[in-house]
Design a protein around this ligand. Structure first.
Ligand code: PEP
Length: 249
């Protein structure tokens, strides 16, 4: 199947330039498996993207945390996909649950963003995941399928898409999904892709897990057959991120 392990670091809205430089030094000094084994992508806030791109080791790549839904123009405060391409930023995170919840990004809006970003040549980490209430009411798969369908309705070529399954109740809470819980949703998502997109896309698309991943819990999660890597928030700001990258081994 050949799904290369993928580790993303979402730095969210954190850091001063000094703090960012310290994180870069730690990453640059880290001993990690080769690019043949693991793909590493870190996502600093927009304003630090050029700094990180210039100073980060070349085997690690960068992602923006968002981009505008269509061509740039009169959209105050937004950053367009074309601008990211212009700066040679290869990746973008779209549909993070914080943006869905706090900024009201709907499934359709996220689907439109994913399609537009891909059309401009960006690679996309597309986030999906249920709230605690949705999990407790038994609708996890319905929620995740609807979020994925809004993307699948517009996207034909999945080569440049990584799906991040991030249960909202696990993000920033210290309450990580158990390996069995993560595996169950990842396997269901893969089945959904098989039934609704194609067997080839289901087999080749990386589905990574996010939500309170740490150096302590990453190895067991990485051992699950349908967990193809991680999207890491809090721990990606710490030296522990190197240990998480090593979970690829
Ligand atoms: C995230 O924000 O994508 C995330 C997974 O955060 P954390 O690892 O801090 O739970």
């Amino acid at each position: 199947m050949g799904r290369k392990f993928f580790v993303g670091g979402n730095w969210k809205c954190n850091g001063t330039s000094d703090e960012i430089k310290k994180i870069i030094s730690t990453l640059n000094a880290g001993q990690v498996p080769s690019q043949d084994v693991v793909e590493v992508v870190v996502s600093p806030p927009f304003v630090f993207l050029p700094l990180v791109k210039n100073e980060l080791r070349p085997d690690f790549h960068v992602a923006a945390q968002n981009c505008w839904v269509k061509k740039g123009g009169a959209f105050t405060g937004e950053v367009s996909a074309e601008m990211l391409v212009n700066l040679s930023i290869p990746w973008v995170i779209l549909g993070h649950s914080e943006r869905r919840a706090l900024l009201g990004e709907s499934n359709e809006f996220v689907g439109d963003k994913v399609a537009y970003a891909l059309s401009q040549g960006l690679k996309v980490i597309a986030c999906v995941g249920e709230t605690l209430e949705q999990r407790e009411s038994g609708s996890t798969m319905d929620v995740v399928a609807a979020q994925t369908k809004a993307i699948a309705d517009l996207v034909k070529d999945w080569t440049n898409v990584v799906i991040a399954y991030e249960p909202v109740w696990a993000i920033g809470t210290g309450k990580v999904a158990t390996p069995a819980q993560a595996q169950e949703v990842h396997a269901e998502l893969r089945k959904w892709l098989q039934a609704n997109v194609s067997a080839e896309v289901a087999a080749s698309t990386r589905i990574i897990y996010g939500g309170s991943v740490s150096g302590a819990n990453c190895k067991e999660l990485a051992g699950q057959p349908d967990v193809d890597g991680f999207l890491v928030g809090g721990a990606s700001l710490k030296p522990e991120f190197i240990d998480i990258i090593k979970a690829a081994e």
